[in-house]
Design a protein around this ligand. Structure first.
Ligand code: GDP
Ligand code: IMO
Ligand code: MG
Length: 427
């Protein structure tokens, strides 16, 4: 019963979409277990480029059943337009399964996300504005709307009433906005019911039966370890658990079923939105990483903040996720530097610190301690085996592996499905 989790080991955008797509041909199910359309996963197949936000990247592999698990928050309009966009490009999406227990991002959740950020001003998180935080807040406050509620108008109306009771007070009295009418929301949500009906299912049962039948299930994380609500750089995080444990709660599969946890790790570091980032660069190196790496958000189009590789973070990701492997991406982007700095520890208030501090104050004060590794100039985008890489690139990978605490089992040398060096097989 091979169940694999594939997740971001940094602040998101590590190349999870590409890695998932690469494995898509060898797995039976690909499951999103948290997050929503705050994610933007890019998959390049031949000359075709796909940007997936809510659908698991396995949707592009014909033999694979894509699943949206109970832990995901679903904006129905986004889901339907993503499906029709893929259909127009000839992708069959009919196998999709959508958990009836997944929570719905309602229009008022999106409104609350935007007005809250505006209200926070300088202290804003820099969310994607997709209603993610407010929807998870409603879930935890037990006033959320679930996919299954679309099929009982009376329950749906009562729940929307309960949710809007307080929100309308806040919207009108605190934010000076107009109140949102219950009927209008209910009408909009009901209009999605028939369109979503073919996909809605008991995904927990389906996935556990699949595992019993020795099918291969891949759980695809959104965001990344340092954006985790419990283990990330709180409060500059998303509102779910991208870390490995999230796959269990977000899909209803026991931890004993998970056999492998793959951390997707960029050969340098990026971050979108606010929050601490010790290796962030504000010079031409940062600009060069952004330009060569194409570091612009798939969801919001914002420039990504760029910096050197941070081994402290990678070690932390290994620990909190129980990583068995790394998939190192975008090594090709580092071609051309004479020397490449790698952060091996932090200096915090004059002391050398080897592990990620739990204290937010300390992390804000963390300064990177760099080790310089020799760079390479050869084009590596055609490399098929580890041995094809120039010696210095091999040494860079080996050094990262040593510092990060888990074997690097694959290396990305370009955005395409085949631009990958496979070292150890994942399945
Ligand atoms: P995700 O959110 O983790 O799926 O990552 P994104 O899709 O947001 O960002 C990763 C970007 O890097 C995408 O544009 C990918 O096509 C691209 N990419 C992934 N792996 C590689 C790689 O090994 N080399 C290069 N040059 N680009 C890559
Ligand atoms: P993928 O799956 C990078 C960031 C936002 C913001 C914070 C909270 O493509 O790696 P939210 O809208 O989730 O409440 O925003 O999290 N963020 C991401 N950053 N990649 C993502 O997804 C992200 N999803 C959310 O920029 O800082
Ligand atoms: Mg992304």
């Amino acid at each position: 019963m091979p169940a694999l989790v594939l997740l971001g080991a940094q602040w998101g955008d590590e190349g999870k979409g590409k890695a998932t797509d690469l494995l898509g041909g060898s797995v039976d199910y690909v499951v999103r277990y948290q997050g929503g359309n705050n994610a933007g996963h890019t998959v390049v197949v031949g000359d075709q480029k796909y940007a997936l936000h809510l659908l698991p990247s396995g949707i592009l592999s014909p033999g694979c059943t894509p699943v949206i698990g109970n832990g995901v928050v679903v904006d129905p309009s986004v889901l339907l337009s993503e499906l029709s966009g893929l259909n127009e490009r000839g992708v069959d999406t009919s196998k999709l399964l959508l958990s009836g227990n997944a929570h719905i991002i309602t229009p008022y959740n999106v409104t609350v996300d935007k007005v809250t950020e505006r209200f926070l001003g300088k202290r804003k998180i820099g969310t994607t504005g997709r209603g993610i935080g407010p929807t998870y807040a409603d879930k935890i406050n037990r006033v959320g709307i679930r996919v299954q509620d679309l099929y009982d108008e009376s329950i749906l109306t009562q729940k929307v009433e309960a949710a809007l009771d307080v929100k309308n007070q806040v919207l009108t009295k605190l934010y000076n906005r107009r109140a949102i009418a219950v009927e209008q929301v209910v009408e909009e949500l009901l209009a999605y019911a028939d369109k979503l009906a073919p996909y809605v299912s008991d995904t927990v049962l389906v996935l556990n039966q699949a595992l019993e039948d020795d099918k291969v299930v891949l759980f695809e994380g959104g965001q990344g370890t340092l954006l985790d609500i419990d283990h990330g750089t709180y409060p500059f995080v998303t509102s779910s658990n991208p870390t490995a444990g999230g796959a269990c709660t977000g899909a209803g599969v026991g931890p004993t079923k998970i056999s492998r946890v793959i951390g997707i790790l960029k050969a340098y570091t990026t971050r979108v939105g606010a929050g601490p980032f010790p290796t962030e660069l504000f010079d031409e190196d940062g600009e060069a990483l952004r330009r060569i790496g194409g570091e612009r958000g798939v969801t919001t189009g914002r420039d990504r903040r760029c910096g050197w590789f941070d081994a402290v973070i990678a070690r932390y990701a290994t620990r909190v996720n129980g990583l068995t492997d790394f998939f190192l991406t975008k090594l090709d982007v580092l071609t051309g530097w004479e020397q490449i700095p790698v952060c091996v520890a932090y200096e915090i208030d004059g002391k050398r610190v080897e592990e990620l501090p739990y204290s937010q104050t300390d992390f804000h004060h963390a300064k990177p301690v760099y080790e310089m590794l020799p760079g390479w100039n050869e084009d590596i985008s055609k490399a098929k085996t580890f041995g094809d890489l120039p010696k210095n690139a091999q040494a860079y990978v080996k050094a990262l592996e040593e510092m990060s605490g888990a074997p690097i089992s694959a290396i990305g040398v370009g955005p395409g499905r085949n631009e990958t060096i496979e070292i150890n097989s994942f399945i």
